[in-house]
Design a protein around this ligand. Structure first.
Ligand code: PLP
Length: 405
């Protein structure tokens, strides 16, 4: 499968948007789905459907095996040491809530400190804020520099004897900055600090190796990885997942339930309470195959070329201001146009079939820091081309004409 001709694998690109070809530049929000993933969902529901992990009949055993196969595929894809370090959740948001909540119940004491950054998505801030309210922990924000990066020194200088957790994004969904998470982890571990990575934007675009990164937790959003919605992955080191308590109670996560006592199942069942997103998990195996067939190195090379091209185009476009200029960056181009609200930019671009996102992108702290209420964001996926970026630029020019800029 060649990355140069990949659009044909995605049925959505056969659709017309306001009579235009679709230029989809909103993959940081959610990516489109290739046919093999869509077919797998349909096949599973049509021919193979059953709940997993409960019944002994043929369909249930087969579905359980398929569900567990995806766990193994994810384990291999991210090079986790053990299959049981892979927990399925309903999204990265739930994965991060699971980590904050269970650490809050066991490891964190009132007065303890958690370091996050000004780049964080609300999913990696609000769960810690809950602990600020309920446990009186303190949250310290590592500052961005003028390029929209968080240098490791800005984290290091916040570390005190009370720091118990460093929770940071792998790749910013606004400035595109890639954080040096291997170095951050090494620094944190030298001081016995737990490392939690929000990998939502890292996982679709970067090569992942949990054993090399050595972080304690890594949260993944499957719908941004050409997979179904309603599914996330929490990678957690076995020593932590064994030690921490369950997050939700219900069927599937228990060993024994008596009137006076309850014991919990082994990993990973302990964290997978209730009926899981069975079809989504099974179809996600195809997303991993899709990524593997193209090859992450090819994806990284392709997206790097595009981001450089897009950056250059927008820099040359008068009155477009790019947010951040990180040296190590992923496929996100956030921008403002003076005098035009980002929602107006996105609405006018949409008329040309160009799908971008406008708003604060769930990063209000960052937008406050940049002194703007919102921004427009074009974000890349494997299917994008230089032609898409030319259309983005043309459409921005149409928008400027509407506003007499
Ligand atoms: C950086 C980042 N963190 C967390 C999330 C939340 O992920 P999910 O939709 O899987 O809950 C997103 C999604 O927009 C994100 O971009």
């Amino acid at each position: 499968m060649s990355i140069n001709n990949i659009k044909k694998e995605f049925p959505i690109f056969d659709e017309k948007i306001h009579n235009n070809d679709l230029v989809y530049l909103d993959s940081a929000n959610s990516s489109q789905k290739p046919k093999i993933v869509l077919d797998r969902i349909n096949d599973f529901y049509s021919k193979q459907f059953s709940n997993v992990g409960r019944s002994v009949h043929y369909l249930s055993v087969a579905a359980t095996n398929m569900y567990e196969n995806t766990r193994t595929s994810v384990q291999k894809y991210i090079n986790a040491k053990d299959k049981n370090e892979i927990v399925f959740t309903k999204g990265a948001t739930e994965a991060l809530n699971l980590v904050a909540n269970t650490l809050g119940q066991t490891v964190l004491e009132p007065g303890d400190e958690v370091i996050i950054t000004e780049l964080e998505h609300h999913s990696n801030y609000v769960p810690w804020h809950f602990l600020r309210k309920s446990k009186n922990i303190k949250i310290n924000f590592a500052e961005i520099n003028e390029d929209g990066e968080v240098p490791i020194e800005n984290i290091e200088k916040l570390i005190t004897e009370k720091t118990k957790v460093i929770a940071v994004t792998h790749l910013s969904n606004v400035t595109g900055a890639i954080l040096p998470i291997k170095e951050i982890t090494a620094l944190a571990h030298s001081k016995n600090i737990i490392v939690v990575i929000d990998g939502c934007q890292g996982a679709p675009h970067l090569k992942l190796d949990m054993q090399d990164l050595d972080c304690d937790f890594y949260a993944i959003s499957c719908h941004k990885m050409y997979g179904p919605t309603g599914l996330g992955v929490l990678y957690g080191k076995k020593k932590w997942l064994e030690k921490l308590p369950p997050y939700q109670g219900g069927g599937g996560m228990i060993r024994e339930v008596k009137k006076d006592r309850i014991t919990y199942g082994d990993l990973p069942n302990k964290y997978e309470a209730g009926t899981m997103a069975t079809a989504q998990v099974i179809a996600f195996d195809q997303s991993i195959k899709f990524l593997e067939t193209i090859g992450i190195e090819n994806i990284m090379k392709h997206e790097k070329e595009l981001i450089e091209y897009g950056q250059e185009l927008l820099r040359k476009n008068n009155s477009v201001k790019l947010l951040g200029n990180p040296k190590d960056r992923g496929g996100v181009l956030s921008f403002t146009i003076e005098g035009v609200h980002p929602h107006d930019i996105a609405t006018i671009l949409d008329e040309d079939g160009v799908a971008i996102r406008a708003g604060h992108h769930c990063c209000q702290v960052l937008h406050d820091k940049l002194n703007i209420p919102a921004s427009a964001r074009a974000s890349l996926g494997v299917y994008n081309t230089k032609d898409d970026l030319d259309k983005l630029n043309e459409s921005i020019n149409n928008c400027k004409k509407v506003f007499n800029i």
